[in-house]
Design a protein around this ligand. Structure first.
Ligand SMILES: *Cc1c(COP(=O)(O)O)cnc(C)c1O
Length: 411
């Protein structure tokens, strides 16, 4: 019989979201009349905007005629889309990129997982705690870790606690690492890195010969003027960083699937015999062999996000979500609950009142306020004592949820 990849058995068996669902259904069975409000989801709720939908439809219609039909496209995405992204999303930040450095893909979850293909297993990896679970689990899957300990950390991976003390911007690892995952604006904490903080990371990566894997999936939610949207706003970042972006949260593409990865040509690694080699070339090779590009109508739809009309429509929805975030943040604060994030990201990271554990707070919130959120401990041991609320909901529900929390905890 064929041997399985035993590394998969080291993984914690998808515990967080199934457990949340189990507790919700237990509650709703016992309380069928309770109107439960879900602020736990990490998915958007608003549909595609009209300008995007129009371009999407046009793309589909083109597929109906031999003259305008599109078969296999470039594995790297169409140049016209890469150029629009460069012009509209990077140039205004003062960042110059070539289309050969932009790789269009089916999403940044996929890319942030697939990127491990181009790095040797011997590389030491540092990830945040709490963290977007993909970074951790994909490293376990490829065999870069040992077993998980009681705390929830895997042997062989380096964890960087993101805590209230360090403002949820982790301190540099004390041992030499080769790959550093950073996600700003952060999921789950909703916090951001300032230009100075990001510069310190870039300087550190250059000094220690490390590569930063920068997840900017939430950059469109930044509202404060001086917060960087791209790591390439920092001098030297092209020598040390790969950036992931996504249309998922920005433009409601979670079910449509489109993202992009920037691998600068200046970014080099070393071969087994100590020669320098381009990661851009490796990623290009990887994509050409293992990926066949994003559907043509999807790329048309993605391009429409950056039309004047499309961007105005998309921005309106982002603003709506961010107003939800403000309602949650201000409501919780008024109830005496300490919270973080929610200013430049659609997530609020609250400190559980009265020192409750994340799961105790989950149960209390569900049973007494009929509100569902996500226990912080599910994102890593340093998330214990915290709780994530998402702003991707309907205003009315958000307001009702906040009202119920205020009535319960407000003084
Ligand atoms: C939602 C999310 C993404 C987006 O993933 P897609 O595959 O593009 O949908 C990436 N990173 C983080 C941290 C996210 O929360």
């Amino acid at each position: 019989m064929a041997r399985i990849n035993d590394n998969y058995l080291k993984l914690q068996a998808g515990y967080l979201f199934p457990e949340i669902s189990r507790r919700i259904s237990e509650f709703t069975q016992a309380n069928p009349k309770a109107s439960v409000i879900r602020l736990g989801i990490g998915d958007v709720t608003k549909p595609l905007v009209p300008a995007v939908l129009k371009a999407f439809h046009e793309g589909v219609d083109e597929m109906a005629e031999a003259a305008t039909f599109h078969g296999y496209g470039p594995e790297q995405g169409y140049d016209w889309l890469s150029q629009i992204i460069i012009d509209k999303a990077y140039k205004p930040l003062g960042v110059d990129l070539k289309t050969s450095e932009v790789f269009i893909s089916d999403g940044s979850k996929c890319d942030s997982a697939n990127i491990l293909d181009i790095f040797d297993l011997s590389n030491k990896v540092a990830i945040g705690d709490p963290v977007y679970p993909v970074y951790n689990d994909t490293n376990v899957m490829v065999g870069r870790s040992g077993q998980m300990n009681d705390k929830g950390h895997y042997a062989g991976l380096v964890y960087m606690p993101c805590t209230e003390e360090n403002g949820f911007n982790p301190v540099f690892p004390t041992e030499k690492v080769d790959l550093i995952y950073l996600c700003f604006p952060n999921n789950p904490t909703g916090t951001v890195a300032t230009k100075d903080q990001l510069k310190a990371w870039v300087d550190y990566a250059i000094k220690t010969d490390a590569v930063i894997l920068f997840d900017a999936a939430y950059e469109a939610f930044i509202t404060e003027a001086d917060i960087p949207h791209s790591i390439y706003e920092i001098e030297g970042a092209k020598q040390c960083a790969i950036e992931f972006r996504s249309f998922s949260k920005t433009a409601g593409f979670t079910g449509v699937r489109c993202g992009l990865t920037v691998v600068p040509e200046e970014l080099l690694g070393t071969t087994a015999d100590g020669k320098k080699y381009s990661f851009n070339k490796l990623w290009n090779r990887r994509q050409c062999t293992k990926f066949n590009g994003v559907a043509y109508p999807v790329q048309k739809a993605a391009a429409a996000v950056y039309s004047d009309e499309g961007w105005a429509q998309v921005k309106e929805i982002i603003d709506y979500y961010m107003e939800n975030a403000q309602v949650i943040r201000e409501g919780l604060s008024a109830a005496g609950i300490e919270c973080f994030g929610g200013v430049n990201a659609p997530y609020i990271w609250l400190k559980t009142p009265e020192g409750m554990t994340s799961w105790d707070f989950f149960d209390k919130l569900l049973n007494e306020c009929f509100v569902v959120g996500t226990p912080g401990s599910g994102f890593g041991p340093s998330g214990e004592g915290y709780f994530r609320l998402s702003a991707f909901g309907e205003r009315e529900n958000v307001e009702t949820a906040v009202q119920r929390i205020k009535e319960k905890w407000g003084k």
